[in-house]
Unconditional design. Structure first.
Length: 174
């Protein structure tokens, strides 16, 4: 399950340092060094990257590996019961069009269990505590992500072409 984003710049809590966010089954927390191998899989797995332009090239992966640990706005999504990293949720306060933007990527073996929906819903709810709107963008062809965004209360707000693909903008107001 994936949604595109350009760059991380804020935490789900809206506070510096990235306060953890807990849900019934999950912990969203800053990325740690031990998370880098799983996060690297998110960038290089062809299935995860199907709607994100394909796997990231090795030189870019190396740069991202150096920058991801503790990066503002990047949250490792960890299953609370066993600490397994499931994916990433990123919240950027100055995202697309200056609005708060949420994006996410989950490892394929964790798709279909409701983890992405639970994590994204929590991140969106937290962001809306301080932001008037939250947006997300996904490829028009990414039907799973579109259903997820609609399920957490975002509404279709526009379509456009970017990165040589049809994109869909979703928005939720506070």
């Amino acid at each position: 399950m994936t949604v595109s984003s350009r760059r991380p710049a804020a935490t789900a809590s809206g506070t510096p340092g990235g306060a953890a966010l807990r849900t019934e089954r999950l912990l969203l927390r800053p990325v740690r060094s031990a998370d880098v191998p799983a996060v690297t899989r998110l960038w290089t797995d062809p299935e995860v990257r199907r709607h994100l332009g394909g796997p990231v090239v090795e030189s870019v992966v190396r740069i991202r590996q150096r920058r991801i640990v503790g990066a503002p706005g990047c949250h490792a999504v960890v299953r609370a019961e066993d600490g397994v990293l499931l994916g990433l949720v990123t919240v950027e306060t100055e995202g697309r069009g200056g609005e708060t933007e949420v994006s996410y990527q989950f490892l394929p073996e964790h798709w279909g269990s409701g983890y992405a929906r639970e994590a994204v819903a929590a991140a969106v709810a937290r962001a809306l505590e301080t932001a008037p709107t939250v947006v997300a963008v996904t490829q028009e062809a990414n039907h799973r992500s579109r259903r997820l965004l609609e399920a957490v209360g975002l509404e279709h707000a526009g379509t456009f072409v970017e990165w040589d693909a049809h994109q869909v903008l979703y928005r939720r107001r506070a």
